[in-house]
Design a protein. Sequence first.
Length: 226
Amino acid sequence: MFNCMSERSIVSWNVLIVGLRIHGFGEEALKYFALMELEGMQMDDLIFLGALTACCHAGMVSESLRILNKMTSSYRIEPKHEHYSCLVDLLSQAGQQDKALETLDAMPIKASSTLWGSLLLACQIHQNVSLAETAVERFVELKADDSGVYVLLSNIYADAGMGEDALKARRLMKDDRELKEEAGSSIIEVGCDIHEFVNGEKSLVQVKEIYFVIQSLSKMHMFATE
């Protein structure tokens, strides 16, 4: 349908690029982004965001750096927090945490706790202890060092075989910061109603029925694996 359109607006280009990216066709989305450039279409920050998210889904680090650079140098469009978020996520996932840190420090806008959280999660995956400590320091500066940050840092220490440091992180959370570890929860939608389930919560009206179903499913799984 898009190829048959006699006139293509920036909206139609954006819908196509984002749609391809959502359905896992990141490289195809970037081909249309390149075609859009060749046709001399007017660019905006949303088009570049679509291209960067496509890079993120396709794992294309070099291309994302090229696109972000072109965004500022060729089109004079200032990247927003969302654009940097794509790049930091991609660099972190690719194991390039040092470059992700450089990006965060070089940003003309202040990096949010969400961006530092992406880096911290990547530090756990790639067992980068020193950079994890740096990320936690930035959380403290932002006053966003909640219990989850210290739990994650403790797990990173534990994975690295640093048991004493893992315990220190837990103590720092409970004693010095006086933070409580939040209970795990999940949310589902049934019909038009939203239901939240919190670990250990037993005040729900249908709690007996819920636990009965869980136990039944557990037994089914046990018999299936025998």
